[in-house]
Design a protein around this ligand. Sequence first.
Ligand code: SME
Length: 180
Amino acid sequence: MKQARRYSLAHDSRCSKLSESISDLRNLPRRAAYTELTSQVRLVLEGVDDQIAGMATVSALLHGALGFLWTGFYRVVKTDELLRIGPYQGSLGCLEIQFGKGVCGKAAAERQTIIVEDVSQFPDHITCDARSQSEIVVPVFGRSGELIAVLDIDSAELSAFSEEDQAGLEEMVQWFRTAA
Ligand code: SME
């Protein structure tokens, strides 16, 4: 086995600097939190035109700042047929979702945000984490206006998402239309 290269504790790691800079915004009104997060997304991703880097950054910032149960992306791998897991934060997500199935598949098929106040009342909900009680799924469009993914956020609380979250998140994923 080749010996690993070892860095001392004094090594100036860009990653640890970034993780320390994710601010906890749970005490801010949601509208203000999303305004702040959207500008952080644009700042961190300045000069980047990579969708996966964008999804990873959005997941990390949102999850770290607002303390959700699960925050991540399902990517379109076959148009109007299949979504596959993308970058996410939280417990293990299911790997693939058919268009039209579950909250994610429905939001993808309809190209429209879906807010579920109580997942137990959503007939076709797919359970990845039994602690999830409410959910929001937002479609993500690319440069040509094509659907590239959905952003899925789960909360351990009932009715955690409102139209304010919808507006804030839809604004945040505009990054993929303009930059990625
Ligand atoms: N609940 C989603 C599945 C994805 S997990 O929540 C991460 C759905 O019904 O589509």
